[in-house]
Design a protein around this ligand. Structure first.
Ligand code: PTJ
Length: 247
């Protein structure tokens, strides 16, 4: 159904439709619809905009991805529905691999997500095999990983509140999270937590990565070293509780 351009909640409803269409096509998990609702609630409280602290986290995350030897962008059903083209673009700018990692893993969903990503121009999509590698300490299906994720030094984890960030960190990796809930386990465990809607975060990260790409490593390192994730998360939580950028 086409939402009229005059509808005051058009942008939000259009995003919902991307999820319900992805569900109808079979690549969004039914629980993914619930996860999206949780995100919507946080986004509403944050004013549905990129806050200054989220913008800083996006700039820093872009620098970290550019510095990485072996960055991986991890994609689940919701990310595939909301921003497949942006995942592919960001992967190209920062020379990252794109890997599918699903909680509700099925061969059918993996194939559908792979086809969407290839349709948006991905050179190669990882995580489509049987998952011969495992992430130690992770008993869910998310623990089945491709060699890409196992060898990665920096992993971008989007839209999941779970146990993978902790397991990846135990393997010595740096984790960047995109999660509208600053209190989520993933946001709390990550090295850089971007508290913003993924549909705004990824385009902004692509722009930052393009700007930072030709800067010397020292400059990128000082951006990363100067970032305090605890403080950033605390500011984002304050923003939700108090409702102002200036508190
Ligand atoms: O596709 P699968 O099989 O891997 O399944 C995906 C699930 C549903 C398991 C995954 O999305 C999930 O783990 O959902 P959770 O546990 O509800 O965590 C989702 C987190 O992402 C919540 O903290 C939400 O607030 C947040 N979130 C939801 N939508 C967005 C978002 N964060 C940023 N942008 C969004 N659009």
């Amino acid at each position: 159904m086409e939402i009229p351009a005059s509808h005051p909640r058009k942008a939000s409803l259009d995003l919902r439709h991307r999820l319900t269409e992805g569900f109808a096509k079979g690549f969004v998990a039914s629980a993914g619809l619930i996860a999206h609702g949780r995100g919507e609630a946080f986004d509403y409280l944050l004013g549905e905009r990129t806050c200054v602290h989220a913008d800083k986290a996006q700039e820093t995350a872009s620098a970290l991805l550019l510095l990485a030897e072996n960055p991986v962008l991890s994609v689940n059903g919701n990310v595939c529905a909301l921003c497949p083209g942006e995942v592919v673009s960001l992967a190209k700018v920062v020379s990252a691999k794109v890997e599918i990692n699903l909680f509700y893993r099925s061969v059918e969903r993996i194939k559908l997500i792979r086809d969407v990503l290839l349709g948006y121009g991905a050179d190669e999509v990882y995580g489509v095999g049987v998952g011969e590698k495992t992430i130690p300490g992770l008993d869910s299906e998310r623990g089945r990983a491709d060699v890409a994720q196992v060898e990665a030094d920096v992993v971008l984890v989007m839209l999941e509140d779970g146990d993978r960030a902790e397991a990846l960190k135990s393997m010595g990796k740096k984790v960047v999270a995109v999660d509208l809930n600053p209190l989520s386990r993933t946001a709390q465990m990550a090295d850089i937590s971007i508290v913003d809607n993924v549909v705004r975060a990824l385009p902004n990260m692509i722009e930052y990565a393009k700007k930072l790409k030709n800067k010397p490593d020292d400059e990128l390192k000082s951006l990363v070293d100067g970032f305090d994730n605890r403080l950033n998360l605390a500011e984002m939580e304050k923003l939700i509780r108090v409702g102002s950028d200036t508190v």
